[in-house]
Ligand binder design. Structure first.
Ligand SMILES: [Zn+2]
Ligand SMILES: [Zn+2]
Length: 213
């Protein structure tokens, strides 16, 4: 049995997911906490549920998805893992947030490792396999748990929409092609947890998402 807790963190806001099973081993996907109250809420949730965080994995390295990474390192001793192709976003985070009108964020910490297509993230009795789905950013990843049929899509695929492709390093054709090739073949009942907004399913997206039909 997989448990999924969704937090909506920071001004954008981003979905931060905590995923765990009966072993209480947990994986965190895109820790976006920015404000002190969000960090406290996160810590309290982990403590109250007796969870032990084993990995922090990033769907991509846009600033809104990684605001909480320094906090994760300083509080839980866990460094984030992500695709190498998104490193420029981490290196330029200060410039990027200022261009967006945000004055400051916690000083970034280096990644703890790289992830790529076909890698497997194991926790408790479960695992995620990784799809590399570039287009929103060059290093965009999706995490799929086959046993439970759930998919975390970051900013590649949203409910009835897809991610922006004008931020550099991607493109609509690339994104749509990757979604069609790697995500749409998954079972229709696959539950999709995006980086922003509500949950959907592969079946609903095949039917109603005009960008990828
Ligand atoms: Zn993004
Ligand atoms: Zn985003």
């Amino acid at each position: 049995m997989l448990h999924i807790k969704t937090f909506e963190f920071n001004m954008l806001p981003v979905n931060t997911y905590v995923v765990w099973d009966e072993t209480k081993e947990a994986v965190v996907i895109d820790c976006g906490c920015y404000y002190e109250a969000e960090k406290q809420e996160f810590i309290q949730f982990i403590q109250e549920n007796g969870l032990s965080i084993v990995r922090l994995i990033d769907t991509h390295l846009h600033f809104d998805h990684i605001f909480g990474n320094p906090f994760m390192w300083h509080t839980f001793g866990i460094k984030a893992e992500a695709h190498k192709a998104d490193l420029p976003w981490l290196d330029q985070v200060t410039e990027r947030i200022r261009a967006f009108g945000i004055r400051e964020c916690d000083t970034p910490v280096p990644l703890g490792g790289y992830l790529d297509e076909g890698d497997v993230i194991e926790f408790g009795h479960h695992s995620f396999t990784i799809f590399h789905v570039p287009g929103h950013s060059l290093g965009s990843l999706c995490f799929y748990c086959k046993e439970e049929n759930v998919l975390f899509t970051g900013d590649a695929l949203f409910r009835f929409s897809i991610g922006r492709t004008d931020l550099g390093g991607g493109g609509e054709e690339m994104l749509v092609g990757n979604i069609r090739e790697k995500l749409l073949p998954l079972p229709d009942e696959t539950k999709v947890y995006p980086g922003h907004g509500p949950v959907t399913t592969i079946g609903e997206e095949k039917k109603y998402n005009i960008y990828i039909r």
